[in-house]
Design a binder for this molecule. Structure first.
Ligand code: GLN
Length: 492
């Protein structure tokens, strides 16, 4: 049952072979047993979850089930959920209980999904390893001495260890795709504006995007159907007709032996240079060969400014973060220093004590690049590079339909290995941040194993609103391969 896809679970629930209460209880039991080893969940509230499960069972009995009705989903602790502690992985919000639901949470609740709990993350989603959070690191289910990736590492580990059938995360520069890759699961960052940011802890508002994490492309499609949608409360939410992301998956191919005939896959030559580990390169090569076998055509493309994406991102993201995090001042909510002098001292002490080192580093960088005299040299220049990166993609999508390459330059590294070297940590975002800078959709799916038996992710990126096409291509790959079905050994 823990290996079942969302579709299979939905069928079991519909046939009354399983109730949502039974399913939720067994997930809670598994979390109780496994979570101490992985630190993937921060908050569990069995009573609340089971109450939702009972309501879901009533919906099913009344014949009103939707595809996700009764299915437990783990929520990254960055999504506000009414009555649940929502800490964003920070001491600053360690006791913050949200008075309202994020749009995504409302949508999942309305679809009958059961909230299984809140998952661990890097503090305010700043990180690539899920080690910067207040409650300690998430451990990778494939090897507990290694990182789970970040910042949605708790959600990735929860799905990889089969504690949750699916989860939700956020991706500002790779935080859905990179932990998905490092934990051997699937995740998609949708086109900017497709999923509402209302009620999602703000890191860098022009880059942040919520999305699903699950075992297969098909499961991602089911989740995205519920998560996507216009919301007036997010000024950058896009108003467009709803799409059924599962439809393209089910469409019969004209040529069954070559279901991807006609699909042009762009492979950026810049992605295979120095810095890419040989095991990752080999697995990605093999995946590309598999796509060719399925009928796709491989085209070499160029993204000339790819190398500038990390420097541009690490100016723009901290700039926006420094502004977004100014709201945490110890006045209305969040941590307040127990002792202080005047008001300014209260702000200073509350922020000094409430934020961790990485968050402070980002605030300092962000404030610096926005300050008078440096704005033109850093922030404005980064914005110009951002435009060039978007133009590179626009030119590339004249030649191809999807772009594929590695998600992460290496498999999961040892806990602590990069924790003291922020630049090394930032550099592992080399393949993921460009999609956020351009607002484009991108996903990661498992495509093999490398050093130490650790999972490797293939990144599949598409043009604006190409989610259905990306998911359909990934689905064909998953029909022909079984990397996504492998599970961590010894995690029973
Ligand atoms: N690793 C990147 C960062 O630290 C991206 C994080 C994210 O996507 N939230 O900013």
């Amino acid at each position: 049952m823990f290996n079942a896809t969302l579709k299979q679970l939905s069928a079991l629930l519909a046939q009354k072979k399983l109730s949502s209460v039974e399913l939720t209880q067994s997930c809670l039991d598994r979390v109780g047993r496994l979570n101490p080893g992985f630190n993937a969940f921060l908050t569990i509230d069995a009573e609340r979850s089971l109450a939702q499960a009972r309501a879901a069972d009533a919906q099913i009995a009344a014949g009103k089930a939707q595809p996700l009705t009764g299915i437990p989903v783990a929520h990254k602790d960055i999504f506000c959920a009414k009555g649940w502690r929502t800490s964003c992985g920070s001491k600053m919000l360690a006791n913050f209980v949200s008075p309202y639901d994020a749009h995504v949470v409302e949508q999942l609740n309305a679809a009958g999904a059961v909230m299984l709990g809140k998952t661990n993350m890097d503090e305010f989603a700043m990180g690539s390893s899920s080690e910067t959070g207040f409650w300690g690191p998430v451990k990778n289910p494939w090897d507990r001495t290694r990182v789970a990736g970040g910042s949605s590492g708790g959600s990735a580990a929860a799905v990889a260890a089969r504690m949750a059938p699916a989860a939700i995360g956020t991706d500002t520069g790779g935080s859905i795709r990179q932990p998905a890759a490092l934990c051997g699961i699937c995740g998609i960052k949708p086109t900017y504006g497709l999923v509402s940011r209302y009620g999602m802890g703000a890191f860098a508002s022009s880059l942040d995007q919520g999305g699903p994490m699950a075992k297969s492309a098909e499961d991602l499609a089911l989740m995205l159907n519920v998560m996507a949608g216009f919301d007036v409360r997010d000024s950058t939410s896009l108003e467009r007709p709803a799409e059924d992301y599962t439809r393209a998956l089910e469409a019969p191919a004209a040529d069954r032996a070559k279901p991807l005939a006609g699909l042009r896959i762009g492979v950026p030559k810049e992605y295979f240079g120095g810095g890419l580990a040989s095991d990752v390169a080999a697995a990605v090569e093999a995946a590309l060969a598999q796509f060719e076998k399925l009928g796709a055509q491989r085209v070499t493309i160029s993204l000339p400014n790819a190398g500038l994406s990390v420097p541009a991102y690490y100016v723009i993201a901290p700039a926006e973060a420094s502004s977004n995090l100014s709201r945490f001042d110890g006045v209305r909510y969040g941590y307040r220093a127990p002792e202080y002098g005047d008001l300014a001292d209260m702000y200073a002490k509350s922020r000094a004590q409430g934020f961790g080192a990485e968050v402070k580093r980002r605030i300092l960088i962000g404030t610096y690049v926005l300050s008078h005299g440096y704005y033109d040299a850093y922030y404005l220049k980064a914005q110009k590079i951002r435009r060039l990166i978007a133009q590179d993609f626009a030119a590339a999508y004249q030649q191809c339909d999807l772009i594929m390459g590695p998600t992460s330059p290496s498999v999961a590294f040892a806990l602590g290995a990069k924790a003291t070297d922020p630049v090394q940590m930032y550099l592992i975002d080399i393949y993921t941040v460009a999609a956020n800078l351009a607002g484009l959709p991108a996903m990661s799916i498992p495509c093999g194993f490398g050093e130490g038996g650790m999972p490797i992710g293939l990144q599949i990126a598409g043009n604006y609103f190409a989610e259905a096409q990306m998911l359909a291509a990934a689905h064909q790959y998953q029909l022909a391969t079984d990397w996504h079905l492998r599970q961590p050994v010894g995690v029973e």
